[in-house]
Every structure is written in C-alpha cells, then in structure tokens.
Design a protein. Structure first.
Length: 632
C-alpha cells in the first residue's frame, strides 16, 4: 500500500516551480508509505510516490517505475491479486521482468492493452501512468473505490493525490463547497465525486481519466455493478447459489493471502469478519487474528464471540482490551488525520484496532462490504418491512406523531427503542428514494438549513442527491435497489473511506475479500429473497457458511459500535465545545453556522431529550477541528 501524487502541466511553462510542492506532497503521505519515496520528472509531468512494501520489498520494485524503453512510468497504490497469471502471459508475449512486483505487471498490461487493461485487473488500486512519447497521463481507480484518488484542475495544471492533504501542498484554493457541507450535515460524510472544496474532486469508483498531449481531459466509467432483475426467473437455485457463493468467497480470500510481509485478519466476532477469518484459517496455519474489546461498554464488546471463532479455527488470536479513556486519548489523533470532515464516530475503533494490529502485521483482511451486499444493516430490515407492511408497521406509521414527541436517545434502551420506532414511522410516510436518503442520514434537510447561516438549500444539492437515488426510478420496489444505492453511496464514501484513512494513518494495508468484483456482481444479481426475509438478514451468507461458525454466532443480532459521545460531550469535551470550537464569538467570526441554532443544540445536549444532538454536535466538532487545521 502506498501514496501517490503528481502534477500534469497543460502549458509549456517551466514545471520546475512545482518540484518542491511535489516533494512536500509526498512527505505528507508518509504514513501511507513509510518504507521509501521516489520522484519522476519530464517536461509535462512530475510524479511522486511513498511506498509501503508488501509484494517484492526489494529496490527492484521501487516507484515511480519506468519500463526499459523509458517511455512509460507508473505510480501505483494497491494490490493486483491476479498479477502472477498475467505475468506468465506477458512473459510469453516477450516482456522481460526485473522485479517480482505487481507494479511491473500493471505497467506492462497497460503498455499491451491500454485502458482495456482495467478489465483484466482483480484487486484494488489507484494509479497514474505517464506516456513520455505522447505526453499523456492515464489515471484510474478500482471498481468499488477501496483506494482513494483526489484531483484538482485549473487552466494551468491537473494535480492528483491519494489524500487531500497532499493536494493542499500544491497551494490549491480552499473554497468550501456549500452543497458538500449541506450534505455532510445530513450524512456525516461527503459523497463523491464532490469534496469539501470547490474544484477538488474524488475520482469516482470504476472510472478513469485520460489527459492527452493537447491537454484534453476525458473522464470515463469502465465498470458498472450488476443489479438483480426480479422479472427474470433464470437465476440459479438457492442451493446452487450457496455453492457458487462459497467457491467465489473462498477463492477471493485465497487471492488476498498473498504477501511478502506478515499478514492477519480482523476478527470482531460478527458474522462477516468471522467468515473471512475462518476461510483464511483453512489456508494459513496459526493465522493471526485481532479484535478489540471495550471494558467500559459491555453492550458493544464482542470479544466473547471472537474468542469462540478463534478457538474453533485454532488461530493465533490477540484481543486489545480498551477503556473509554483509551478511546478518548486517541480521539484527536483520529479526527486530525481526516482530509475533509468525516463524522462516523466508529472511525475511532478502526483507528485503534489498526494501530494495535500494525504492531504485529502489515496486512489484514476485513469483512467490509458484506452488509451492503447481503442486506446486513438495520435499515435493510426496516426497508423490507416498509415494502411488506403488516399490522406493526402500519401502527408505527400511525403512531409517528405521538412517538416523535417522546424522549429519544441512543444512550437509554427504552428511549432508543422509541427513537427507532419513530424513525421507522417517519420513513413509512415517504417515497422509497426519500426514505432511503432519510435512513442514511443522521439529520434532516431542514436541520441543515437551520444550522447554516444563510438558511438556504444550495442550488446544486438536489441534482447531486438525485444522482444517488436514480436506482429507485422505473424499477419494481425491491431491497436490491437499496443495496445498489448503498454500494454507490455508503460503501465508498463512508465505510471504505473510514477503513482506508484509519488503516493508512497506521501504515496498515486492509484487504476486503467481499469486494472481489466477480463475487460482488454475482451477489448483486441475486433475487431479494436470497438475502433477506422477515426473520433474517444476510440469509444466504449465513446459510452457506454456518458450518464454519459457532452456533451462538449464527443467529445473533448484528452489533455495531458507538463511542460514548453523550458522556464525552457533557464531560471531557464540554470545555472544548464551549470555549473553543463552538464558542459563540468564534462562530460569529467564522460566519458559516447560525449562532442561535448552535446555542440551541448545546442546550439540548444537556436536556432530558437529547435525541440526535450528540451525533450532530460531533459532526460540528469534526468540521470545526478540520476547518481550524486546514482553512484557518
């Protein structure tokens, strides 16, 4: 795993002015690649690379990597799992190799096939290849957005990097995108291709950019995820599907075990990571597995289940047992690493798990992607019930006006149940696309309007929102619509962003077997009833791999992780909130948020009915801390 960056110069002016900026950008990517760094320059381009050595750790595989002719140079972040088979084919076609790396294979595949090489790659990646003869630059990102790639363009330059913090080293303008901020206040993250800054973009998953010698910039999509057609009766039987699913996932796990450095798996105790760990343990003797426990939060502690899986499969298991103080002490290290506002508080747990795991291995497999593929979230069951309503569902809709006025909180069992039922009742009154957006959000559009000082919806917000909801148009109502939307919204811009940033902050590579594109395409093509019914989520996944799991694990409810936000906000962070990031005079001077609404939020935090206030204040804290670090 690595960090990449570079600048392409449209004009014939002297590009040497950018050499120090490229060096500074590479330095900012140090944690993504602490083992080595390198640079390449030509009349049109400067490229930089920071390396985390995984495959072929020798100097022969160092980057930027140039082919023997000197024409093509690549900077690359990721892993190509089928590189050995491609290497054999390339050798038969006359290519000679000086390394054993997948980097060299990637470059030669591009030389041989151009952009069509993307169809041949099984893995996760972002890369840039420069053609010295044509003075062209080709950039691409993997199918699901596992690895990030940001870019900025003006009349003189096209600048790209693995992280926003590297782009900032080029001196890009830092103008806040109001639609992005408006969306962030609802979702707690910023969906791409947009970012918190105007004119800075995320390259979308499954897309590439080509810049030719005449400075023409073309962005194209090369991969589209399959989606189930419920009108078709041609899909495999359930039993045959279980067998194929098993083969596809085990094959995916085996591919992701290749490494020239120590490797292990995350083992949370949930279904997904347990299946990945169990499959990996069939092919690695004494597999290293890692989990974290929460001494002060027994409701979220899954180590009992993780230990059962580890014992069943004879893994070398390590539990990192944490207190709330341990969590809090890593809080600012976590939020200060983010390039743009990102308020998924579970990032804290991923940061600590990655930090501790990195002390023993350099690569870890995770269970990410399974919830989005197999309908594993609470909102998926809620959507299923909304589409197949019975007496309880209809009653929740009728009772919504009453329930919405009752005390709601995530920190009390009864108040949380009221919150959940009220949220479901609210969703029952909405159309399927609006319901999806609401259930993805921590806050409403009305709240976002109120909390911003101009009290208006940005003009291009609606078109951006609708771009993620198109799947719901002109299709039968079906859970697969929700899953497809999740694969294009929640997965790349919340879940994968969280895992990438928190693991890279600790120089740890995370591999995600559920996101092998052959597997994902197959699962997304399955009928709804293979994945969910009124009693089960992730139905076919659990049925297929039940033999690998302890009985206690097979039927347990999904357990997420939430940090004790309310407690921290009322106590440890209270002074920081009131005297720093949300201090009244600072809010007025900053001129982004509505001081009156901020004051109301702070008061509600200490009321008997905090509702979603802790999450909303957390999002404001993260934004303010980011703004002070980057923009102030």
């Amino acid at each position: 795993m690595c960090g990449i960056t570079g600048v392409y110069y449209f004009n014939d002016e002297n590009i040497e002015d950018y050499q120090q900026r490229v060096k500074n950008a590479v330095d900012s990517l140090y944690k993504r690649g602490p083992d080595n760094s390198g640079f390449y320059s030509d009349t049109k381009v400067l490229l930089g690379h920071s390396r985390l050595s995984i495959i072929d750790v020798t100097e022969a595989a160092a980057q930027p990597f140039t082919d023997p002719s000197g024409r093509y140079t690549v900077v690359y972040n990721g892993e190509i799992y089928n590189f050995k088979s491609h290497r054999e084919k390339l050798q038969k076609n006359g290519f000679d190799f000086k390394s054993k790396s997948d980097t060299e294979v990637l470059l030669y595949l591009y030389i041989q096939k151009g952009k069509k090489c993307l169809d041949e790659l099984n893995g996760f990646f972002s890369f840039a290849i420069y053609d010295k003869k044509e003075k062209s630059l080709f950039l691409a990102r993997d199918r699901f957005g596992i690895k990030p790639l940001y870019f900025y363009r003006d009349k003189n330059t096209f600048v790209f990097a693995s992280e926003m913090k590297a782009l900032i080293k080029y001196g890009i303008p830092k103008v806040i995108d109001k639609s992005s901020l408006y969306t962030y206040l609802q979702l707690n993250y910023i969906p791409g291709p947009w970012t918190i800054f105007e004119n800075v973009r995320k390259l979308s998953p499954g897309h590439y950019v080509h810049i030719d010698g005449s400075a023409n910039v073309v962005e194209e999509k090369y991969f589209t995820l399959a989606v189930s057609d419920e009108s078709s009766n041609h899909f495999s039987s359930y039993e045959q599907s279980c067998e194929k699913l098993h083969n596809l996932l085990e094959t995916s796990v085996i591919k992701r075990l290749i490494s020239d450095v120590p490797l292990g798996t995350f083992l949370s105790g949930g279904i997904d990571s347990s299946i990945i760990s169990a499959l990996a343990a069939r092919h690695v003797d004494k597999l290293n597995t890692f989990s974290i426990g929460f001494k002060d939060e027994p409701m979220f502690d899954e180590t009992h289940y993780a230990n059962m899986v580890a014992k069943m499969h004879n893994t070398n298991h390590t539990v990192f047992s944490l207190t709330n103080d341990d969590l809090f002490n890593s809080l600012f290290d976590t939020i200060n690493y983010f390039d743009e506002p990102f308020a998924d508080s579970s990032a804290l747990a991923v940061y600590i798990l990655s930090k501790q795991t990195r002390k023993k291995v350099t690569v870890a497999l995770s269970g990410d992607g399974a919830d989005e593929l197999f309908a594993g979230y609470n909102k998926h069951m809620a959507e299923y019930r909304a589409l197949h309503p019975g007496f309880k569902e209809k009653a929740a809709s009728l009772l919504y006006p009453l329930l919405s006025g009752l005390p709601q909180s995530r920190n009390n069992h009864l108040a949380n149940k009221i919150r959940q039922i009220a949220r479901f009742g609210e969703g029952m009154k909405l159309t399927a696309p609006e319901r999806y957006w609401r259930w993805c959000s921590i806050s409403t559009e009305e709240y976002a309007k109120r909390i911003l000082n101009d009290n208006n919806e940005p003009e291009n917000y609606l078109s951006r929102k609708n771009s993620f909801l198109r799947i719901f148009n002109n299709r039968p109502e079906d859970i697969n619509n929700t899953l497809y939307a999740d694969m294009n919204l929640v997965l790349p811009y919340d879940m994968l962003t969280k895992v990438d940033m928190m693991s890279m902050a600790n120089s740890l590579e995370i591999r995600v077997p559920f996101l092998d594109h052959h597997l994902a395409d197959y699962v997304m093509s399955m009928p709804e009833n293979y994945k969910i019914d009124k009693n089960n989520r992730k139905k076919i996944l659990k049925d297929t791999f039940s033999y690998l799991l302890p009985g206690e694990l097979h039927n347990r409810h999904k357990q997420g992780f939430e940090v004790p936000l309310l407690k921290w906000l009322k106590n440890e962070l209270n002074t920081f909130i009131n005297n720093d990031v949300l201090e009244s005079s600072f809010i007025k001077e900053q001129d982004i948020f509505n001081p009156v609404e901020i004051s109301k939020l702070k008061k509600q935090l200490h009321s008997s009915n905090p509702g979603e206030t802790p999450a909303r204040i957390w999002a404001l804290i993260v934004f303010q801390q980011w703004w002070k670090n980057i923009c102030h």
